[in-house]
Design a protein around this ligand. Structure first.
Ligand SMILES: [Zn+2]
Ligand SMILES: [Zn+2]
Ligand SMILES: [Zn+2]
Length: 404
C-alpha cells in the first residue's frame, strides 16, 4: 500500500473518520431467514467510512413507510452506534427490502439472494430516497451518496484506427463486474501483474467485446474505449464465477489476482485527473465472500488497521495483512464475490441540497394506524429544521409501527 495515501501514515489522516471497534457488531441470522447476503451488504455500507459519515447526516427523504429502506437502514445504523448488544437483528431491513422488490420477486423473505446485487440495489434505493425526483441515469444531486461517491460515470465509444468512431454511449454503474476466468487468464498473460487496474481493464474488455468498425474499413477487432467522466471515491468490483463449486486452484488463482490498490487511470482509457488517480490509488478495504450458499465479509477497520471477519453474528479480529484474509479464504474455499476499493481521504457529501423534510410518497399503501404514527413523527419534527437528532427521534418513534 502506498505510504503517501493510506492512513495513518498520511499527514492529513483524521482519526474522526474512523469508528471505534466497539461500534463493530455482528448481525443476526436466525435459521430459515437466509439474511447472510443482506448482512454482508449492511456490514460493507457501515464500514465504508464515507458512506457511514455521509448517511449519518441525512434525515429528510422520500419515505416509503413500512417498505422504506432508508428508514430501516437508519435503524440499524443507530443501533450499530448506540446498542450494547454484540449482534443486531437485520430483519426489519429485510422486510423493507422484500416489500420494495416484491414485484421483481427478489430478496423475498426466507429466500437466499445475491449479496453483490443486494448491495447494488440498496445503493440505488438510497439514491431514490435521498435524491427523489432525480432519475438514476442523470442524478446531479450533490447530497446523493451513491451517485457522488460510488457511481462510475462511463462513456463508451468504438474508435477505429481508420478514424471512424461510434456515437458515444454514456451510463452510470455502481458495480464493475468482471468474470473470474478472464481475470485469471489475463493475469497469466500480463507482464506487470502488480497493476490490478490494468489487469482488470484488459479482463473487462476481452475478445468477446471486440466490435466491427463503425465506419466502412472492415476491421472486426476494434476495442471499445471506456472513459470515466467522474471521480468515484468508492469502487465496487463484482466477480462473476462460472461455478458454485470451483476448484481450490481456481479460487487461489483469483485470490492471487486481486490487488490491494486500484488506480482508476489504469482501469479506464481516460479519467478526469490521471495524475491524482495514479498517485493516490483506491485501497482494498472490503471483500464479500461466498461459500456453500452462505455469505461472509472481511473488512479493513480503518482505526485499528486490522482486517475483521464478519460471519452473521460472529465477528473476529484478524491482523493488518491482506495475506491473512487470502489464507482464510483459501482454507475455507471462500469465493471472493465483491471487492470494495476506497479513497482513504474521502470526505462526506455536502448536505446543502438535501431534503429538509421527510415526505411520504404514496400514502395509499399504508394502514391508517401506521400512517397516523408516521405523520405524528413528521409533525413532531416540523419547526425544528431537520437536524440529525430529529431524524433519530423520528426513526425511533416510527420504528415500532412502521418497520415491523
Ligand atoms: Zn423512510
Ligand atoms: Zn443519485
Ligand atoms: Zn475502421
Amino acid at each position: 500500500m502506498s505510504a503517501n495515501c493510506w492512513p495513518p501514515q498520511h499527514p492529513g489522516w483524521n482519526p474522526r473518520m474512523s469508528i471505534s471497534i466497539s461500534n463493530t457488531k455482528g448481525l443476526l441470522n436466525a435459521p430459515g431467514e437466509n439474511n447472510c447476503f443482506l448482512n454482508s451488504a449492511v456490514q460493507v455500507l457501515w464500514h465504508l467510512d464515507v458512506f457511514r459519515r455521509s448517511f449519518r447526516m441525512m434525515s429528510g427523504h422520500a419515505c416509503m413507510g413500512n417498505s422504506c429502506i432508508f428508514c430501516a437502514l437508519k435503524v440499524i445504523f443507530t443501533q450499530f452506534q448506540f446498542s450494547d448488544n454484540a449482534a443486531l437483528p437485520s430483519d426489519s431491513l429485510r422486510k423493507a427490502l422484500a416489500k420494495t422488490f416484491a414485484d421483481q420477486q427478489r430478496f423475498q423473505l426466507g429466500l437466499m439472494d445475491d449479496a453483490a446485487e443486494c448491495f447494488e440495489k440498496m445503493l440505488l434505493r438510497i439514491h431514490f430516497h435521498l435524491a427523489h425526483p432525480h432519475s438514476e441515469d442523470a442524478c446531479t444531486a450533490q447530497h446523493c451518496i451513491p451517485h457522488r461517491k460510488f457511481g462510475m460515470s462511463i462513456t463508451e465509444q468504438i474508435i477505429c484506427e481508420c478514424g471512424a468512431a461510434s456515437e458515444p454511449f454514456s451510463f452510470t454503474q455502481m458495480v464493475h463486474y468482471v468474470s473470474t476466468s478472464t481475470l485469471v487468464s489475463q493475469l497469466q498473460q500480463t507482464k506487470s501483474p502488480c497493476n490490478f487496474g490494468s489487469v482488470l481493464r484488459l479482463a473487462s474488455s476481452d475478445g468477446s467485446e471486440l466490435k466491427t468498425c463503425p465506419g466502412n474499413c472492415g476491421r472486426q477487432n476494434v476495442h471499445v474505449r471506456r472513459s470515466l467522466t467522474n471521480s468515484p471515491e468508492v469502487v465496487s468490483v463484482g466477480l462473476i464465477w462460472d461455478s458454485d463449486h470451483p476448484s481450490l486452484t481456481h479460487i487461489n488463482d483469483v485470490l492471487r489476482a486481486i490487488g490491494t490498490s486500484l488506480s482508476l487511470a489504469q482501469l479506464y482509457h481516460s479519467v478526469p485527473d490521471p495524475h491524482r488517480a495514479d498517485a493516490c490509488p483506491l485501497q482494498l478495504v472490503g471483500v464479500v465472500c461466498y461459500y456453500g450458499k452462505h455469505y461472509s465479509t472481511f473488512f479493513f477497520h480503518s482505526k485499528t488497521n486490522t482486517w475483521l471477519s464478519f460471519d452473521d453474528a460472529n465477528v473476529q479480529e484478524l491482523d493488518p495483512y491482506w495475506e491473512s484474509v487470502v489464507e482464510k479464504c483459501s482454507q475455507g474455499h471462500y469465493q471472493p464475490l465483491l471487492l470494495l476499493f476506497a479513497d482513504p481521504n474521502s470526505v462526506p457529501v455536502s448536505t446543502e441540497t438535501a431534503h429538509q423534510n421527510t415526505f411520504i410518497l404514496d400514502s395509499s399503501q399504508y394502514t391508517g394506524a401506521s400512517l397516523g404514527t408516521h405523520l405524528r413523527c413528521l409533525i413532531s419534527k416540523e419547526g425544528r429544521e431537520g437536524g440529525g437528532l430529529c431524524t433519530l427521534e423520528v426513526i425511533l418513534l416510527g420504528s415500532g409501527s412502521l418497520i415491523h
